[in-house]
Design a protein around this ligand. Sequence first.
Ligand SMILES: [Fe+2]
Length: 267
Amino acid sequence: MRIVANIIIASLVAIGLNACNQQPENNKEKESEAITYEKDKQASDQSMKSTTEDVPDSEYSFGTLPYQFDDLEPYIDHKTMRLHYGKHHKGYYKKFLNAIENSDAQGRSIIEILKNVSQYSNGLRNNGGGYYNHWLFWHSLTPESGQKPGELLSTAIDDAFGSFDAFKETFNSAAASQFGSGWAWLILSDEGNLVVTSTPNQDNPVMDVSKINGMPILALDVWEHAYYLKYNNKRTSYIENFWKLVDWGKVDQRYKKAINQQEIFTP
Ligand SMILES: [Fe+2]
């Protein structure tokens, strides 16, 4: 009996010692994870800086992202953000500057150019749209997940669509059914109504070529370059996760500006 008791005590002591030995290992692991995270974060910051290093000086500012590339994880991944902002958006911006150089649009505000886009080249239409649309998209998103619209906009949404859920359903349907590349929008129409619409390519509702005109206050990019790396062909999953990232504070501000007929573009 005493032998059995001794075995049990010895086993308990061994387990205790083992746990003590593992504790520093766990701490080391946590420390190493923290260092790795910090390194990744610094690399992300650095990567953001290097992305904008070759942006030309211009009266039309490229603007910076209001968050880092990995801040929208897990819904929008670092790699997609880096390519989308650093290659696609910057590409539109640079081509917009080239297109505007020898046109009489030089010196006009981007909103003014878009409103009269039918007077200009296709290059100006596509790249001016790409420049403006992406700015609005970045400023429709926030890492502070789970926001809701403010009272003024919330009431306007209920009046226009019946409920927030009905609005979301209408928006989702516009985003999912946009054939090929394009955008989904919530706009304050020229008639003063909140309207959900979509546009192909880099068109937007500010453009005089759009089927519905108004001031966009919320934008969703449904080009494949916006989601394919993470979501492959599952556009609807990307759209569903978009709602977790909407910056309703900024959308509220744009709604108030749109009501007061103030131009909305401050990169
Ligand atoms: Fe895009």
